[in-house]
Write a new protein. Structure first.
Length: 177
């Protein structure tokens, strides 16, 4: 499961598949396909999808919501979505209802306390991975500590064994002589 952004004319939120889209607000599939055909950066990819040249994930037309979506968009993809939205007289909406103004800035029109506040996303997603990275570093640290402990215990056990052998072996030699 990931983050999804939508090109939509429906400025209300949430827009759900169970709600019939307003036909005035709907982006028709034919309109989307004409846009794909006219945009030299887009390559048709299936019945209702388009691949942006040089990018892995496609833009997909969603008949349920009459919108175009992109899964896990990076800021440059959101910028492309904003250009497409301008052509379609639409907006780019995030999965949480925010409306994007740039690839990294958005606002929530349904929440007046956030109306004038612009919130910026990081240019990349390092903060999203911070807990995993911290856990990985902790795991490596504990792994090194555990390895050091094993080495220390192993060295200690070897020292005890060698000492015991040095004490026992001469006494065995003395008995055989």
């Amino acid at each position: 499961m990931g983050y999804t952004a939508y090109i939509t004319r429906d400025r209300s939120y949430p827009f759900l598949a169970s709600d019939p889209p307003n036909s005035v607000l709907a982006i028709a599939v034919d309109e989307w396909l004409r846009l794909v055909e006219s945009d030299t950066e887009l390559i048709p990819a299936g019945e209702r999808a388009a691949q942006w040249r040089g990018h892995e994930l496609p833009f997909e037309y969603q008949p349920e919501t009459k919108s175009i979506c992109h899964h896990d968009p990076q800021p440059n993809v959101i910028e492309k979505m904003l250009r497409l939205a301008t052509t379609l007289n639409a907006v780019v909406r995030g999965g949480d209802g925010e409306i994007y103004t740039t690839g990294t800035e958005f606002h929530w029109p349904e929440r007046p306390d956030f109306e004038t506040q612009r919130t910026s996303l990081p240019a990349s997603k390092p903060m999203a991975y911070l807990p995993s990275v911290a856990g990985f570093i902790a795991m490596l640290t504990f792994d090194q500590l555990f390895d050091s402990l094993l080495i220390t215990l192993g060295a200690g056990a070897a020292a005890v064994l060698i000492t015991a052998l040095l004490l026992v072996v001469p006494s065995l030699w003395q008995r055989t002589a």
